[in-house]
Design a protein around this ligand. Structure first.
Ligand code: NAD
Ligand code: MG
Length: 393
């Protein structure tokens, strides 16, 4: 029986993963090692009971009593705190889903890779902050990293049987998010509720807002570079409002392979779960005649400064991705709290990158996880200063 663990089980990707595991037989088909979540301990306990997990872990210490109560009478172990989440990744499992949101997802994924096996990576922040280190750790342990981000799964599938050396370009599609049709002058006043109204995808709140600001696509451009090892100049972004083409790969003979499907995360999660095989998945089938047409437009880098910043981050590489991601997380926290305007998020990220790079050389090769975590910490301090500065403008 295959063993599985799910980090971030109670989130949007986690719920979709749980849905697939249950449809494929749940506890009679999989041995579930660890499930982790946050404050929603009732849901975490429900999932742990359904899959008969060995351990359920909440990331928050104060949630431990509630989790213990919810699992009373079972033999499921419980634990709490970020160290307990990390330790859960030391328990070997054949297939590990990394679906915690933010830089908090990095350590569990890195620790899981030490056992070899398969790491299904939804947590794009792992590749943005520590791409070179993560891929090297996977190679050293003969572990396989399987992309779960829909675009990267699409590219991965378009590359089956292909030689990466024959790839000329990778075209990432972007829905454009909730505010894509707003006039530029209105964007500055966009509210959290407006940024959350994603046209096609149902996802966690943070990635949904990042879709509207294109910070999500910026992270994905860096993720593409680190995962597929292509040159930044080979990566393009196109706005595709229907979210039917999940990305495209152009080859040196001029052929372009596109991956199409309904926007449903159970496709890329199911692909990673069953790889290298394909299994029947409960996703809607495409009806091209009903769709009628697909549309595309070039992204505007004035509207979406995040894309320009991603190019700058890739030019420096090293620890720049860790600084970029941390600054983006801080800016997003302040936007969600109503303390920062929508367009001010990019200003905070840019100011943070400038502040951090004046203090240390970001381009140094990333050697250890400790370097990355230290940069994450430093950039959060600098980003908090940048928030004060940007708000005072
Ligand atoms: P979410 O907010 O819905 O869920 C996040 C999960 O992480 C929850 O289980 C939460 O309890 C847990 N968590 C939050 N903070 C934590 C912390 N500090 N320590 C430990 N656990 C913590 O997020 P999501 O939308 O499911 O996204 C998860 C990851 O997958 C992100 O990296 C996101 O970019 C990526 N992703 C998501 C989608 C999607 O459709 N939602 C698509 C592509 C990629
Ligand atoms: Mg994506």
């Amino acid at each position: 029986m295959r063993s599985v663990s799910v980090f971030g089980a109670t989130g949007s990707v986690g719920e979709n993963t749980f849905d697939l595991l249950m449809r494929e037989g749940g506890a009679s088909a999989y041995r579930t090692v660890a499930l982790t979540g946050g404050r929603n301990v009732a849901r975490l306990a429900e999932m742990a009971r359904a899959l008969r997990a060995e351990i359920a872990v909440t990331a928050f210490d104060d949630c431990l009593p509630a989790l213990r109560d919810a699992l009373a009478g079972t033999d499921i172990e419980v634990a709490a705190g970020s160290a307990a989440v990390h330790d859960a990744a030391d328990r070997p499992a054949d297939w590990v889903m990394s679906a915690i949101v933010g830089a908090a997802g990095l350590v569990p994924g890195m620790r899981a890779l030490r056992h070899g096996g398969k790491l299904a990576l939804a947590n794009k922040e792992s590749l943005v902050t520590a791409g070179q280190l993560l891929m090297a750790t996977a190679a050293a342990n003969e572990a396989t990293v399987l992309p779960v981000d829909s675009e990267h799964s699409a590219i991965f599938q378009a590359l089956v049987g292909e030689d990466i050396a024959a790839v000329e370009r990778i075209i990432l599609t972007a829905s454009g998010g909730a505010l894509r049709d707003w006039p530029l002058e209105r964007l500055a006043s966009a509210t959290v509720a407006e940024a959350l109204a994603h046209p096609n995808w149902s996802m966690g709140a943070r990635i949904t807002i990042d879709s509207a600001s294109m910070f999500n696509k910026a992270l994905e451009v860096i993720e593409t570079r680190e995962f597929f090892g292509v040159d930044p100049a080979q990566i393009e972004v196109i706005i595709h409002p229907e979210s039917i083409i999940h990305s495209l790969v152009g080859f040196r003979d001029g052929a372009v392979m596109a991956h199409l499907g309904a926007p449903d995360m159970r496709h890329p999660i199911g692909y990673a779960l069953n790889w290298p095989k394909r299994q029947t998945l409960p996703v809607a089938r495409l009806d091209l005649a009903a769709l009628g047409g697909l549309s595309f437009r070039a992204p505007d880098e004035i509207r979406f400064p995040a894309l320009r910043l991603a190019r700058e981050v890739m030019a420096v590489r090293g620890l720049a991705g860790a600084a970029f991601n941390a600054a983006k997380e801080v800016a997003l926290d302040h936007f969600i709290a109503g303390e920062l305007g929508f367009m001010q998020m990019a200003a905070v990220v840019e100011a943070t990158l400038n502040r951090v790079s004046s203090d240390c050389s970001l381009g140094n090769a990333v050697l250890t996880l400790e370097d990355v975590l230290q940069m994450d910490h430093l950039a959060r301090i600098k980003a908090a200063e940048a928030v004060t500065m940007v708000k005072g403008r």
